[in-house]
Design a protein around this ligand. Sequence first.
Ligand SMILES: Cc1cc2nc3c(=O)[nH]c(=O)nc-3n(C[C@H](O)[C@H](O)[C@H](O)COP(=O)(O)OP(=O)(O)OC[C@H]3O[C@@H](n4cnc5c(N)ncnc54)[C@H](O)[C@@H]3O)c2cc1C
Length: 458
Amino acid sequence: MNIVVPQKSIPLREQVQVLVVGGGPAGVGAAVAAARMGMKTMLLEKRGFLGGNVTACYVETCNYFMKGTSFKPQGIAQEVEEGYDREYPSDDLRPNAAHRFHSEYLKVYLDDFLRREGVDVKLHAFVNDVVIRDGSIRAVVIQTKQGPQAVEAGLVIDCTGDGDVAFAAGVPFEQGRDTDHKCQPGTVSVRLAGADVGRLLEDGDGLSEISRRFHREYREGVTGLPCFRQDLPLGRLTKAGIVSYVNYACSYGIDPTDVDDLTRGEQECRHFILDIYRYMKANYPGLVNTEIASMSPEIGFRDSRRIRGLYRLTIEDMEVQKHFEDCIAVYPRFYDMLTPDPMLLKAGDGSVAGRGYEGHIYEPITDSRCFEIPYRCLVPVKTDNLLVAGRCISAGHVAESGVRAISLCTMTGQAAGIAAALSIRERRVPAEVPVAELRARLRQGGFNLPGEEKGGQL
Ligand SMILES: Cc1cc2nc3c(=O)[nH]c(=O)nc-3n(C[C@H](O)[C@H](O)[C@H](O)COP(=O)(O)OP(=O)(O)OC[C@H]3O[C@@H](n4cnc5c(N)ncnc54)[C@H](O)[C@@H]3O)c2cc1C
């Protein structure tokens, strides 16, 4: 049953050229890139802080898969890492990460960074509606304590991770795997205080040994824990005895856009956290005196809606390293996908080529193979002034498990920000922006892009 909401007039709060919705890794890249192109740029974020999953789910050691390789994040992603390191030198005593943030410091760093870059940030601005006129988004509607308010924009970039703006605009999308539309499980992370640092470091990296041991114990079926989770990734270890990130609790069968599912996921994960906390205290020397310092503020998702764009990136493209004339980002080939099906957790061999899709697919970077993302994955099939960036771009389900990498989300965001500015400046729809100029600007901004420019449009 539906009820009809009466038409009402709402205040027009602001008018901007580029409006970025979502302040995670993709939104940061998009907003800074658009502002650097001279656009009046606003960023709307539903939470009270920026950073997306990095700050809201403690995903602080995000480039773990780059360790030991020559790959580096490029463009604004690299600037953020280097700028952050200068202001907030790492307190991590573990040698295992290619780079690490402290999520609380990162919140402050991103506030300052976006202010310096001239981006007008509005926090607590939840977007779930748009006003469409002649096939374009005329305005985006934010839900505030003072009721709904509108922001008018020349071009909107959807960096919500869930494709909320595109959804509101009626753009078709996919969600989860093809067979049953189930997504990867959602996770609430936990931070511990009181670790015995001396003990954990006396014989190498004690936390890595705990992760290995837990994996073995789970596979042998001796943990007795109800959560279907065989991995126990652990984050920074500091002098203060903080283990900054325990990525364990997994809630399955959650639609990241459904209120009932989200409620179940949050509550179930909190119980799983208490289980693993007690298990670690009871079984792992070095963690005996720990206590829970905090649970992450919101359940985090690895995948959600994927917007249908002018091109849909597939694992076949990634496997053959397909070249695209409109390539806007090159990234090392890797996949990391928790199975959507808890009963098949231990199945498969972890590979894409084998029976991996039945279980957890994990293929780390092993060689110099890369994949390319074409600009068309950022251009929705519908709506004339909308781009998407980050984990909700147009890609297959398993392909998204590589596309979702945090630094790559900032890179697709950067490409979308420049494309948005070109679209406005040239008065062309996003599908017709001069791709040669977009790619040239990305190269100037630090991207390694292959191929000679042939010029022209898509
Ligand atoms: C537990 C966990 C572990 C992970 N580990 C890794 C890892 O080790 N390495 C790695 O590279 N990736 C990892 N990921 C994946 C990675 O975190 C995401 O793919 C990445 O953060 C996506 O960036 P994004 O900007 O597209 O979306 P998000 O990070 O989800 O950011 C979206 C932003 O938009 C805001 N938003 C959403 N909807 C609205 C709305 N309607 N209105 C206004 N604002 C809105 C959100 O509050 C959020 O700030 C992990 C994810 C999880 C959950």
